[in-house]
Design a protein around this ligand. Structure first.
Ligand code: MOS
Length: 732
């Protein structure tokens, strides 16, 4: 029996071409006659454009066109919200944020386009931008929480959750806030558009080729069947490449208008203003529990920003509905529209911020009661989904807690804060719970067996550096019984069968089962060929007597590899499309779980916080590739360390400009900020999500990280910071 590659540490199948520069990213495409577009952005935060003098730009060398709201490319309004700007660029003269698209210059070279853009003179009628909350009379929109299940759970005999909180034996109230943050994926947003008659080919960054097609179809007014999006490699996304940002429709529409291919790449500064951000949030938490630490009621009133330019906002308080058992829970959502670009999804939207508040508060409450933080969480362990009462499909969080505590040495933790000093460093430890929703969508995948003995697996999925290519290769190799290196996964092409987009930690749980179905179905096709093709040695046999195993077809005493069989039959390949349906299970709650334990050192004289030890124990169902999965969690923890200690996009309150909107001044963690990150997986398959048993891991790893760090900082110093990021001046 061949050993299954599932669960083994498999090297990324796309690793070599990525590190050698052979992988083709959107901006690498250079069709003949390529021209270059440069986006012109607003220099005010709110107002109306009264004029744009483009004469000098138009007269500038190499310039082919200058598009502005006075001379726009025709773009139609979007129908469906996909977390990007809700209005296409250049269609009106209103400025909704600083750094908004107000023009698009196309020239023979990028330098010419950029230079010409600098010659445009724009006049505005300015208004003061609304850039913070509560904000001078900032509009507050009461909004639907979009919770899965009810957002209010009321224990019997209780009039309101607020009353249940007030009546608690022990009560606790606190507000937690988080700043604007940015995805900062390595690869900036890029699109190369080329038309052949009325057919468009767009090489573009995207977390899902079909998402991009649908959005382009709407805004260009072109039938989706005439749009081909190609995006085999994406250099990081984290939610920031879910939508089609301005460079996508502009490049495509300009290429059509000019009859030449157009390439548009956002500058790093433009990525900050034009490609979305994690919104500002505040959570006003009120909790009540018994004297021995059993939660009796929680309210969490979440406030979140959205851009005037976009419609999406974060449901920041919802994590409180599904994490700890409490007989009464209520969360609310209030939206404050701001003149700050579009808020959009960023890794674990809502939950990364949401968990910071609740994980901090659980520790604050535990401390008040004299309880160990882990004991506090076990006392309130949710054996059913708290807001729906449904059983979980699978949940082994208690095992994560036990195993993590043991491996981390949690029992040796001093109960008192500021109890451990090592030279100039105050040492503390903390923990945080991670949970993230799991689901399985509809996906189709094509598997093709070729005469050269290889198999290809294709679907419109995206690999943002997540390891999706390798997941495809492993699962197909497993079902086909051939080595992983004989499988060629093909992702990111909108003409492939429609598979899951890379978002919502949904790729592997959705696409994985479809790969399995397709890899099984192609065996049937191969056997059918074997018995019907006159050149086949199995010709005329009963298909029931011909078996496929480990890459070969056998019957009687004869065994032949599929490559040899196809060659013998003079057939290039056989293929099959497999479809795995959307999971409909209204009876259960589906989530991935985990826990983070960490050690933080805070310099006693400078206040500098450093994370020095990390252990994450994750319960995410079947792990397909333990190597890439570990990387996913490590990457998420790194991002969480950034969220906790470094990352904040500072808004200049007078102008609405992002003061540090570039990689020189927006701090992301570097190697020196990151300790070794130990990751363990429990690897208990989820029996209900699919036969494969895999839940999501992409976003799970960042949830609970900021809370764990805040708790460790507090343990080290006695200082509780409720406003992210936890920077040194807050610890002095
Ligand atoms: Mo993710 S924030 O669903 O890309």
């Amino acid at each position: 029996m061949r050993a299954t590659p599932i669960g083994q540490p498999v090297d990324r199948v796309d690793g070599r071409i990525k590190v050698t520069g052979a992988a083709v990213y959107a901006a690498d495409n250079k069709p003949a006659g390529l021209t270059y577009g440069y986006i012109v952005t607003s220099t005010i935060g709110r107002g109306v454009i009264t004029g744009m003098d483009t004469a000098a730009a138009l007269a500038s060398p190499g310039v082919l066109a200058v598009y502005t709201p006075f001379n726009p490319l025709k773009l139609f309004a979007y129908v469906q919200n996909q977390n990007d700007e809700s209005a296409p660029p250049l269609q009106d003269k209103e400025v909704r944020f600083h750094g908004q698209t107000i023009g698009f210059v196309v020239a023979e070279t990028w330098e010419q386009a950029r230079d010409a853009a600098s010659l445009i003179r724009t006049t505005y009628q300015q208004q003061p931008p609304v850039t913070a909350f509560p904000g001078p009379p900032a509009a507050m929109e009461k909004a639907d929480t979009d919770a899965e299940g009810p957002d209010t759970v009321l224990a019997t005999g209780v009039a309101s959750v607020a009353q249940a909180v007030a009546a608690g034996e022990v009560t606790f109230t606190a507000s937690y806030s988080t700043p604007v943050q940015h995805h900062c994926a390595m690869e900036p947003h890029a699109t190369v558009a080329t038309w052949n008659g009325d057919h468009l080919t767009a090489y573009t960054v995207t977390q899902g080729a079909v998402l991009s097609v649908r959005r382009l179809s709407e805004t260009l007014g072109v039938d989706a069947a005439k749009i081909h999006v190609i995006s085999p490699h994406v250099g990081g996304g984290f939610g920031g490449k879910w939508g089609n940002w301005a460079q996508v429709p502009l490049a495509c529409a300009a290429a059509k208008a000019l009859g030449r291919p157009v390439k548009a790449v956002l500058t790093r500064e433009q990525v900050f203003t034009l490609a979305g951000h994690r919104p500002l949030t505040v959570q006003n938490l009120k909790m009540a529990c018994t004297a021995d630490g059993k939660l009796t009621a929680i309210t969490n009133d979440g406030i979140t920003s959205r851009g005037f330019a976009g419609s999406w906002s974060e449901s920041v308080a919802n994590w409180t509905l599904t994490t700890y058992a409490s007989p009464s829970i209520q969360v609310t959502k209030t939206i404050v529209p701001l003149n700050l670009g579009a808020a959009t999804v960023m890794r674990a939207p809502g939950e990364a911020n949401g968990s910071f508040a609740l994980e901090s508060a659980m520790d604050e409450l535990a401390e008040r009661l004299g309880l160990d933080p882990l004991e506090m969480r076990m006392k309130n362990y949710a054996t059913f989904v708290p807001n729906t009462g449904k059983p979980w499909s699978s949940k082994h969080l208690d095992e994560c807690y036990r195993r993590g505590a043991e491996e981390f040495g949690w029992s040796k933790r001093p109960k008192k804060v500021r109890a451990t000093v090592d030279g100039d460093w105050l040492v503390g430890t903390g923990m945080g719970t991670a949970t993230y929703g799991a689901s399985r969508g509809l996906a189709s995948i094509k598997v093709r067996l070729s005469a050269d003995g290889t198999a290809s697996v294709s679907g419109t999925a995206a690999d943002l550096g997540t390891g999706q290519y390798t997941v495809f290769a492993i699962l197909a190799a497993d079902v086909l019984g051939i080595p992983v290196d004989r499988v060629r996964p093909e992702l990111g092409d909108s003409t492939s069968p429609t598979a899951a987009n890379a978002g919502g930690s949904n790729s592997t749980c959705t696409n994985g089962p479809a790969v399995q179905v397709a890899a099984k179905a192609v065996q049937t096709e191969l056997v059918a060929l074997a018995v019907t093709n006159p050149k086949s040695p199995f010709h005329g046999k009963d298909p029931a007597e011909v078996v496929y195993r480990d890459g070969s077809v056998s019957s009687g005493g004869l065994t032949m590899s599929f490559g040899t069989l196809l060659t013998t039959c003079d057939v290039g390949s056989v293929e099959a499309v497999g479809t795995s349906p959307r999971l409909v299970d209204p009876e259960h709650g589906f989530r991935s779980f985990g826990v983070h334990f960490c050690e933080v050192r805070v310099h006693r004289w400078t206040g500098e916080p450093r994370v020095t030890r990390w252990l994450s124990v994750m319960d995410a169902g079947t792990i397909i590739n333990v190597k890439a999965a570990r990387s996913q969690i490590q990457g998420a923890v790194v991002m969480g360390i950034g969220q906790a200690l470094l990352e904040a996009t500072e808004v200049d309150q007078g102008t609405g400009r992002f003061a540090n909107g570039n990689l020189a001044s927006y701090l992301v963690p570097v190697h020196a900020d990151i300790p070794p990150i130990d990751v363990r997986f429990l690897d208990h398959p989820d029996p209900l999500i699919s036969g494969l048993g895999a839940k999501g891991i992409g976003e799970l790893g960042i949830v609970g990280v900021a809370g764990a760090i805040g708790n460790a900082v507090h343990h080290a110093t006695g200082v509780r910071v409720r406003e992210l990021p936890i920077t040194l001046e807050k610890l002095l």
